[in-house]
Design a protein around this ligand. Structure first.
Ligand SMILES: [Mg+2]
Length: 219
């Protein structure tokens, strides 16, 4: 298959879930709801799950129901010492810079957070662009509009020419319905909802070596 573009989710995809960074961000989301919105701790987990399942992100639910300011929320929840959770990853860098496809970050988080994570990992220059929650107009994966906007931004017509890597099966299932070639980055059993399952991002080269080998013919 001739691929042109690779879209990478950011959190828990480019770095190991065990780092605890995403969990720390989630804790700050709850703290935001408690401190800024005065919600009781009892209702926060249920409400967050409801927003996440209904709208794709907590932010989207808070925007719709509590008129939350996105700038304030995003700055608050990502205010963490990222270098204490993740480290530079030269092996990831090598894999990315040799992957002969156009490469984008595609995340429900915001650009500032994405840039800080990419900087710490040492891969900031490995991507043509960061497609963040603002770029997709506060739609979010798995809403179909998010993927359509990502394709528009990357200026690709055919999702079939796109690899999409994410740790979220619901995000991947939505992308697959649109025709993306989906790669799940996760520790569980290989999942039939996706085209390929890998345990960590750096396994991609081993599982899809022709992406690197066949560039000349594919281009
Ligand atoms: Mg993720």
């Amino acid at each position: 298959m001739k691929f042109e573009v690779a879209f990478f989710d950011l959190d828990d995809t480019l770095y190991d879930k065990q780092s605890g960074l995403w969990e720390a961000i989630r804790q700050r989301m709850s703290l935001y709801m408690h401190e800024r919105l005065g919600m009781s701790w009892d209702i926060i987990p249920t409400l967050r799950r409801h927003y996440f399942e209904t709208y794709g992100t907590t932010l989207r639910g808070l925007q719709l129901h509590h008129q939350v300011n996105a700038d304030d929320y995003l700055a608050y929840v990502h205010d963490l010492p990222i270098h204490e959770f993740i480290q530079p990853d030269p092996e990831l860098r090598q894999m990315l810079i040799t992957l002969p496809l156009r490469r984008f970050i595609f995340t429900n988080a915001d650009r500032d957070h994405a840039r800080r994570v990419l900087q710490v990992l040492g891969v900031e220059d490995c991507f043509e662009g960061i497609i963040d929650v603002r770029a997709i107009q506060f739609y979010c994966k798995p809403e179909p509009q998010a993927y359509q906007l990502a394709l528009q931004i990357a200026q690709v017509e055919h999702p079939e020419r796109c690899l999409y890597l994410d740790d979220s099966l619901s995000n991947l299932a939505a992308a697959r319905r649109m025709g993306f070639y989906t790669v799940w980055v996760g520790q569980g059993e290989p999942d039939s909802q996706v085209d390929l399952s890998i345990r960590e991002i750096k396994e991609l080269r081993q599982k899809m070596p022709t992406l690197w080998d066949n560039h000349r013919e594919a281009s």
